[in-house]
Write a protein that binds this ligand. Structure first.
Ligand code: MRU
Length: 364
């Protein structure tokens, strides 16, 4: 059964972890149960769950299950092995590593299997609850950006362009870039979202378009190369994207193609904002281009296109000669100089080290 209000990960009455299979949306809303560590690993690798905060949250429940299922004799060894395994699932989104480190610290502070398992579950629940509140606050801080544009346009529709999915499906609830949009809608501000389809996995057409439809947000799907043209013709007021890892100096890794949107935005004086929970900041690195590992995925994701066929069945079709090789880089890095500002749960700051440490002085 789906939780009300809807969220992307929850426990059912049998204390089983439930998720929505994101590879089937928007055609099927299918709930799956993750029974053990291997299920969690596969869900992350196969992108049944995806999006930086949700990957971190799912891995956290995976570590809880690893504690629960570990043998008493090899407890610490098995939990450590589970953490290493989960760390190898996807390389770019830093939330995965931040959440695993936090879980391991909590688990290591407890003694014995029972206490470790209890603390692991508590910590995973806290990670999830915090993400919900963080995303709500990103909305509170991002809303004035939309309000200002609306005022300047005399109440006319504010056109927002987004890439990939930085909505609820990448988080737990609200989403990052969708949170200010939903709050603007609630205040009666007219908004419209240009949704990049986001090849090759189509998180834009499959997930963002679905979420916006659910919330009745006016939106239009575009192919990934349309944004520049729209910006040249004054049809985009602001760009909102998410991020998988943001460096100390404000460089931003996000879904492949984000950088090109930032370049087009700069050339056309369109503000380019990145919404992120602080769990997506990698305080240990500065230079995104040199230091952020970029995931490379299977070439079949590029060579095949998935959709609903005329028989109403989810199917894949080959879109190139079978022997043509394809390159599949999952992310790119947008340098801080192209970012107008970072929207966090504590407010908006410049994409600079001073900007970030101004909001998070404990990281100075
Ligand atoms: O490969 P994905 O679908 O996990 O990539 C997700 C993104 O790039 C999102 O924009 C990002 O994680 C932000 S989610 C709030």
């Amino acid at each position: 059964m789906l939780p009300n209000p809807l969220r992307t990960i929850w426990l059912n009455e049998k204390q089983e972890v439930q998720i929505i299979n994101q590879t089937l949306l928007p055609h099927e809303l299918h709930v799956e149960t993750l029974h053990n560590l291997e299920d969690v690993f596969q869900a992350i690798v196969q992108m049944i769950v995806r999006g930086a905060p949700l990957i971190g949250a799912t891995a956290s429940y995976g570590l809880w299950m690893a504690c629960r299922d570990a043998s008493e004799a090899l407890l610490d060894h098995e939990i450590e092995k589970a953490a290493e395994y989960l760390r190898s699932s996807r390389p770019t989104a830093v939330n995965l590593f931040v959440c695993i480190d936090r879980m391991m610290e909590a688990i290591n502070s407890a003694k014995g299997k029972e206490e470790k398992t209890r603390i692991a579950l508590e910590t995973a629940h806290n990670i999830v609850a915090e993400d919900i509140e963080i995303c709500r606050m990103i909305g509170v801080h991002g809303l004035p950006l939309i309000e200002e544009i609306s005022k300047r346009k005399g109440g006319e529709t504010v056109n927002i362009l987004t890439h990939c999915n930085a909505g609820m499906m990448g988080c737990i609830r609200w989403g990052t870039i969708t949170s200010p949009i939903y709050q603007a809608m609630e205040k009666g501000i007219k908004v419209h979202v240009w949704v990049d389809e986001t090849r090759p996995r189509n998180q834009g057409s499959n997930l963002t378009a679905w979420e916006l439809s659910q919330h009745k947000v006016p939106h239009t799907l575009i192919v990934d190369n349309t944004g520049g043209h729209l910006m040249q013709h004054g049809m985009v007021d602001i760009v909102f994207v998410g991020t998988d890892r943001t460096t100390r100096q404000g460089d931003v890794a996000n879904k492949i193609g984000t950088y090109l949107k930032a370049l087009a935005a700069k050339d056309n004086n369109v503000p380019f904002f990145v919404a992120l929970p602080s769990t997506t900041i990698d305080w240990t690195i500065n230079d995104g281009l040199k230091e952020i590992p970029i995931e490379e995925r299977n070439q079949d994701e590029v060579k095949y296109f998935q959709g609903l066929n005329s028989a109403g069945v989810i199917d894949k079709v080959l879109i190139c000669p079978p022997t043509t090789p394809a390159a599949n880089y999952g992310f790119d890095v947008t340098p801080a100089r192209l970012v107008s500002g970072l929207i966090t749960e504590r407010g908006i700051c410049a994409a600079t080290e001073n900007g970030l440490t101004g909001l998070f002085p404990e990281m100075t």
